[in-house]
Ligand binder design. Structure first.
Ligand code: AHG
Ligand code: MN
Ligand code: MN
Ligand code: MN
Length: 337
């Protein structure tokens, strides 16, 4: 509920504007783009909440480019974001998990940003009422006077100018990183605004929680097996094992890792050498968030954000979270190289 005793509510829009004003060349365009993303998140939040009541759970009866059975809410969320982003007049290219091809915005509505997004993350959990989310990343087009092309999005994550996620759970949280700042906001649905609740998020240097689908462990490579065994069966004296937490929605697992510390992983393995998570709209945004909160994000062999995708739905193994925890697994991959 709005805290009516507080008369100085820091909304997401106001907070971004105040940060953007520090840049002499700020035009307000990014703030406008983020307003359309906020609208999409608010709309998806309400759709997710009432899904069970208006027959919006369950399968849509189609499969997507990922080979997944698409949920009705996957399609609804995707359309909500495409319409919000297109009508903002601030985007040139959209890449969505749910669209096989990139969407090039028509001339009259073209802007200077490219938005890559996962409209509904963790959708396999939706029918069980488990937390789901939205993930997004933003690039500026390389040449504002030129013709947008896939070269504007097939680029390293280091060139993303902003990234974030919304989590639809007990409350609707939105974490946003722009340049090097990173803050968390919580939706006050009575006034329809995201309010600053987690300023300057920092992840602990080391955690005590690991988050990985151990159902794949028989397919893992040796460094991966060695690493997870080392935190489950520690040999150093007076050392406790890590706790296991795995929700199966990346947004929920990452949000917990960001706030509590520890490591999240979706490794590559013998059945899926590039792992499962998609580079542009899952790995890169979460990697940027972790790095800007003082954490790390790695493929195991190299910095996640320095990877250059060759396809808009490219996948990569990923280990991210507390700096020291990620460094431990990188050391094992280096030793095995
Ligand atoms: P999406 O629902 O957008 O397709 O993403 C699902 C992803 C991610 O949310 C999660 O971390 C991972 O799938 C879980 O995969 P497993 O069920 O194989 O563990
Ligand atoms: Mn999916
Ligand atoms: Mn996803
Ligand atoms: Mn998805």
């Amino acid at each position: 509920m709005a805290d009516h005793t507080k008369t100085n509510l820091v909304t997401l829009t106001r907070h971004v504007l105040s940060d953007q004003k520090k840049h002499a060349d700020a035009t307000g365009d990014l703030t406008l783009l983020l307003t359309s993303i906020q609208l999409g998140c608010k709309f998806v939040a309400t759709s997710v909440r009432k899904a069970g009541l208006v027959h919006l759970t369950g399968l849509a009866g189609a499969t997507n480019v990922q080979g997944e059975d698409v949920k009705k809410l996957d399609i609804l969320s995707n359309e909500i974001f495409i319409n919000a982003l297109r009508s903002s007049g601030m985007s040139a290219i959209l890449v969505s998990e749910e669209d096989e091809e990139a969407i090039f915005i028509e001339e009259g509505l073209q802007g200077k940003y490219c938005v890559v997004f996962d409209p509904l993350d963790g959708s396999s959990n939706i029918d069980a009422g488990v937390n789901v989310g939205t993930i997004f990343g933003i690039y500026r087009v390389k040449d504002e006077g030129g013709r947008p092309s896939l070269a504007d999005v097939l680029r390293p994550g280091t060139e993303m100018i902003a990234a974030g996620y919304a989590q639809y759970g007990s409350s609707c949280n939105l974490v946003l990183t722009v340049d090097k700042t990173i803050h968390g906001y919580t939706l006050d649905s009575t006034i329809g605004e995201f309010i600053l609740t987690h300023p300057d998020i920092r992840i602990p240097d080391r955690g005590s929680i690991y988050s990985v689908n151990e159902g794949n462990s028989m397919y893992w490579d040796e460094p991966c097996k060695t690493y997870f065994n080392s935190i489950k069966f520690p040999t150093q004296p007076n050392t406790k094992p890590y706790s296991a937490r795995y929700i199966g929605s990346m947004v929920a697992d990452i949000h917990r890792t960001l706030l509590y510390g520890g490591i999240f992983a979706y490794p590559g393995d013998s059945k899926s050498p590039k792992g499962k998570l998609r580079v542009l709209y899952e790995c890169f945004p979460m990697a940027m968030i972790m790095e800007n909160a003082g954490g790390k994000a790695s493929t195991g062999h190299s910095r996640m954000l320095e990877y250059t995708p060759t396809h808009i739905h490219d996948r990569s193994p990923i280990f991210l979270g507390s700096k020291k925890d990620v460094e431990d697994i990188e050391a094992l991959y280096r030793a095995a190289a």
